[in-house]
Design a protein around this ligand. Structure first.
Ligand SMILES: Cc1cc2nc3c(=O)[nH]c(=O)nc-3n(C[C@H](O)[C@H](O)[C@H](O)COP(=O)(O)OP(=O)(O)OC[C@H]3O[C@@H](n4cnc5c(N)ncnc54)[C@H](O)[C@@H]3O)c2cc1C
Length: 349
């Protein structure tokens, strides 16, 4: 059982910034995310796109924002359960919660902050008969650890950045990389498309277009795929088939937690602290709704900050918190580090 002060569901920008704000209040956080990496939409959908409306950053790549948020929260030693979806929640007699993931990992906390964005990202699966029988037996929809494919034959299908980038990356890891796409044109970044073509000429990637995987073969695990191309069928031996057709967000299991839901979002009290209809459960960032809600990163940061104050009062009943500027109080990390402005500077303030 993982124990923490604030259990955050969703490691997007809102969840990551919560770690920092909670840390200032000496509250420890643990984050659960269905994706294998933190960053939410910023790292999954648009890591290379510049964002222009983060206060203090005239321009920052979404991937760099994620890196900075992780760096900012690092001193407060957050825990992570990645690649697992929060599935069920049970309220305990003392008002605390146990949240269990689809892989059975249990988390216990007095406060739960749902920062689930548009919901947990579920892979889009191709319509191939019997594909679910091969899941985790050679069929994977998300690459969690590229080392898993060391010296293995892999067939990737898809035409976006994920399919292109992983095909390129795996040429240094797998023994054989085949990329299959139903069109001749790709939707990914131009330099990735060029790199794939270059590696194809060097025989490091076997590129088959326009083509589609139609059938899977194997006894208990994937051994080959059948590919339809130009009216013919080609059989390719492989250890893994990885369809990378993107991810679609779904509010998913959270929708069944007894929370007030409106248009696929969780209703909260924004005049107070973003609490849901269940005391102790908060919803912050893109996942919540209230009058005049804006789905923007900076709004998620603001909501996270106010939510942490409410969490402090639940966890430390009767204790008064006096807001202090970080410039004045400095920051004491849970890892023993201390950041503080030089005395002379503080005195002149
Ligand atoms: C192309 C694009 C461009 C954008 N540009 C801007 C911009 O310029 N400026 C701006 O302010 N905003 C922009 N946005 C919006 C911005 O990305 C979102 O407002 C922001 O990501 C919301 O952050 P979040 O942490 O609330 O949610 P998300 O980033 O959606 O993260 C939520 C996380 O929760 C996880 N999750 C959900 N349910 C579960 C569950 N049950 N179990 C485990 N994990 C779960 C998901 O996997 C996800 O990782 C853009 C969005 C897109 C798509």
């Amino acid at each position: 059982m993982i124990k923490t002060d604030i259990l955050i569901i969703g490691a997007g920008p809102t969840g990551l910034f919560t770690v920092f704000e909670a840390g200032l209040l000496k509250l420890k956080c643990h984050l659960i995310d269905a994706l294998p990496q933190p960053g939410g939409q910023c790292s999954e959908i648009y890591p290379k796109k510049p964002i222009y409306d983060i206060p203090g950053f005239p321009e920052i790549l979404a991937g760099d924002l994620t890196k900075n948020l992780l760096e900012q929260g690092k001193q407060f030693e957050p825990g992570f359960t990645l690649g697992e979806r929060a599935e069920t929640i049970e309220k305990q007699e003392d008002g605390s919660f146990i949240v269990t993931t689809n892989k059975g990992t249990q988390h216990h906390a007095p406060v739960v902050a749902i920062a689930g964005g548009l919901g947990s990202f579920e892979p889009r699966k191709p319509a191939i008969e019997g594909i679910t029988d091969y899941e985790d037996k050679g069929v994977e929809y998300i690459i969690k650890d590229p080392e898993f494919y060391r010296d293995k034959k892999v067939v990737i299908s898809g035409g976006g950045d994920s399919a292109l980038d992983w095909s390129i990356f795996l040429t240094d890891v797998a023994s054989e990389v085949t990329l299959i796409h139903r069109r001749n044109e790709f939707r990914g970044a131009l330099d990735s498309v060029e790199k794939v073509r270059e590696l194809t000429l060097l025989n490091k990637i076997k590129l088959i277009t326009p083509a589609e995987v139609k059938e899977l073969h194997g006894d208990g695990k994937i051994e080959a795929v059948s590919v339809a191309k130009d009216g013919e069928t080609i059989k390719i031996e492989t250890d893994h088939f990885i369809p990378l057709f993107g991810l679609s967000p779904k509010l998913g299991p959270i929708a069944n937690w007894g929370l007030d839901i409106e248009k696929n979002a969780i209703k909260v009290d924004n005049s107070l602290n973003y609490q849901t209809n269940i005391p102790g459960i908060f919803a912050i960032g893109d996942v919540n709704t209230y009058p005049e809600k804006l789905k923007l990163i900076l709004c998620g940061f603001h909501e996270a900050t106010l939510m942490c104050q409410a969490a402090y009062r639940i966890i430390n009943p009767g204790k008064k918190y006096v807001l202090k500027y970080t410039t004045v109080s400095g920051i004491d990390g849970f890892d023993g580090t201390r950041k503080e402005a030089p005395k002379a500077v503080v005195q002149s303030i």
